[in-house]
Ligand binder design. Structure first.
Ligand SMILES: Nc1ncnc2c1ncn2[C@@H]1O[C@H](COP(=O)(O)OP(=O)(O)OP(=O)(O)O)[C@@H](O)[C@H]1O
Ligand SMILES: [Mg+2]
Length: 534
């Protein structure tokens, strides 16, 4: 510490937790961070906002020692801070919940939570009892009280894994005396996979951290959450610092303007299309019953619905209610216990995704990392993965056709990239999501199933994707979309199906959309008394 700094970090500025000066990070063709200055205070919740690719995750990676800046410097509580590894950052009191999940599917919940510091007995053996106890405490913290610490993480859904990531970050917080306690907790889109109830719990955890004097950095594309929990907001655009200001007194419109650099035009409310009654339904699901549900007997309720050409139908429900299972069963990715699928009113056999594709049915999956993308392959190749047949026709023309198709999608979805030859891994989270969508749109599906298509996508791009889906529907595509963002479904869909605990509990036309009514339906089956559920 030089003399100058000793003076600057006197009592008057003691509340400064972290100071960034001129932080810069360049990649070939992209400047992810361009001379960013930022000061974080002790005990504040600081929002980091910006479009997909603005530089939020890049900044976070540097803060937590996962990446190093090309220029600029940082000071943590007045001392020079330049972590060379994530462990060094952790020792300095920085904890992070990354945008992508890092749980190890083969290991148990307890092992994942306590990975870095498994409790040992005096003999140096693994202390199973202590592990179990510790894990249960952490699970309770994030509301997963009912989950057994012995569960294999690979069997859990995305939301539960996300909650585990958060619990894990907090586990380090209570740390052992050799490591600094958490001073700064960074959360990169922790709520993207969470339901409103889980999000509320997380926001409560964040407030508690703040009250304990911890600095929280919070990234979310759900602006409402920023307003609910953050004290100040910093906006990044194209890697540059645009503004830092108190959340109170900032309007949503102003925040959006700062993020996208222009005014967003409000999309006109959707008008449900008049459907041609004489035309066969694009898709009909009859007597569908999921394997692995609590009741798969022949008297158990089944899932029955239809989907018409030109229609956008929403599938609402809580995480784990069976929405993803339903999409996967239609797509042939999972086997249903019973039921049949009709295309154009004709029964079709769908035993695998290949069968589904042959019948013009595509599924945009929620888990881009595992199912949607090959991260180390170029963007171009990822976009054409789903349609190798189409681009490979004509031999030599293949590469050129691939390029043309890829460029068209990049333009249509406004994917922010340096080159279509770049590996997908290098794209920001939201832009990766757009590649998944583009890959299926290029296949020109008749029936498009989408599972959380705008998760992690910024406000502007979200509106563009909605407009794109409307255009697709107007051209005759049948669209079925799952989203945990009920307002998104209300704005986008013509009809809403509601699931609760594996059962299709309701169906509403657009005119009867009502947030509370839909939520009540979504909770219905979870309120049944245990003896009835048995
Ligand atoms: N390893 C890399 N190689 C090349 N470019 C990269 C690399 N990592 C990040 N970038 C680029 O840096 C820019 C900033 O990305 P970053 O992940 O920080 O965005 P973000 O603000 O977190 O966006 P999102 O909201 O989509 O998560 C993007 O254009 C991205 O493609
Ligand atoms: Mg990001």
């Amino acid at each position: 510490m030089d003399h100058d700094d000793t003076i600057r970090t006197g009592a008057g500025t003691a509340a400064v937790a972290l100071e960034l000066q001129g932080l810069t990070r360049r990649h070939p063709g992209v400047t992810a961070l361009d001379g960013v200055d930022l000061t974080l205070m002790r005990g504040e919740v600081h929002a980091l906002a910006g479009e997909n690719g603005a530089g939020k995750s890049s900044l976070i990676k540097i803060l937590c020692g996962a990446d190093r800046p090309d220029a600029g410097r940082m000071r943590l509580f007045g001392e020079a801070y330049a972590p060379q590894t994530p462990l060094a950052a952790m020792r300095a009191g920085i904890r992070v919940v990354h945008q992508e999940l890092h749980m190890l599917g083969e290991l148990s919940v307890a092992e994942n939570l306590l990975f870095e510091r498994l409790p040992r007995t005096r003999l140096g053996l693994l202390d199973r009892a202590a592990m179990d106890r510790r894990a249960r405490e952490l699970l309770a913290l994030v509301g997963l009280d009912e989950l057994s610490p012995a569960t294999r993480v690979g069997t859990l859904g995305m939301a539960q894994q996300q909650l585990l990531e958060i619990a894990k970050a907090l586990s380090n917080q209570q740390g052992n005396p050799h490591e600094g306690a958490a001073r700064i907790v960074i959360m990169d889109e922790p709520t993207a996979t969470l339901t409103p109830r889980e999000t509320d719990r997380l926001l409560a955890i964040i407030r508690k951290l703040r009250d304990d004097g911890v600095t929280v950095v919070f990234v979310s594309h759900h602006l409402q959450e920023l307003f609910e929990v953050c004290d100040r907001v910093t906006v990044l655009r194209n890697g540059r610092h645009v503004a830092t200001q108190p959340m109170a007194g900032t309007s949503t419109g102003e925040l959006v303007r700062l993020m996208v650099g222009r005014e967003l035009v409000e999309r006109p409310a959707r008008v449900a299309p008049v459907l041609d009654a004489a035309r066969p339904a694009a898709l009909r699901v009859e007597g569908l019953r999921h394997a692995g549900r609590r009741d798969t007997s022949s008297s158990a309720p089944t899932i029955d619905f239809s989907l018409h050409y030109g229609e956008i139908v929403g599938l609402a429900g809580l995480v784990g209610s069976g929405r993803t299972e339903t999409l996967r069963a239609i797509f042939g990715a999972d086997r249903a216990a019973a039921g049949r699928i009709l295309r154009d009113e004709q029964p079709v056999r769908i035993a695998s995704p290949r069968d589904a594709l042959a019948h013009g049915i595509c599924l945009v999956t929620e888990n881009r990392k595992e199912e949607g993308l090959v991260l180390d392959m170029p963007i171009r190749a990822n976009l054409s993965l789903a349609r190798l047949g189409a681009v490979s026709r004509g031999g030599l023309l293949r590469a050129e056709a691939e390029n043309v198709a890829a460029r068209r999608m990049v333009g249509e979805l406004q994917i922010r990239l340096a080159s279509i030859a770049q590996p997908v891994r290098q794209l920001s989270g939201g832009n990766q999501q757009k590649v998944v969508l583009g890959k299926w749109l290029l296949r020109d599906p008749k029936v498009l199933l989408l599972d959380e298509p705008t998760r992690g996508v910024d406000v502007g791009a979200k509106a563009e994707i909605h407009a794109l889906l409307e255009r697709m529907a107007a051209q005759g595509m049948a669209v079925l979309v799952v989203s945990s963002d009920l307002r998104e479904l209300i704005g986008l869909c013509d009809r809403m199906l509601v699931m609760s605990r594996g059962v299709l509990v309701g169906e509403l036309p657009r005119a009867q959309f009502d947030e509370e009514a839909i939520l009540a339906m979504a909770y219905r089956e979870y309120l049944v008394r245990p003896q009835e559920a048995a």
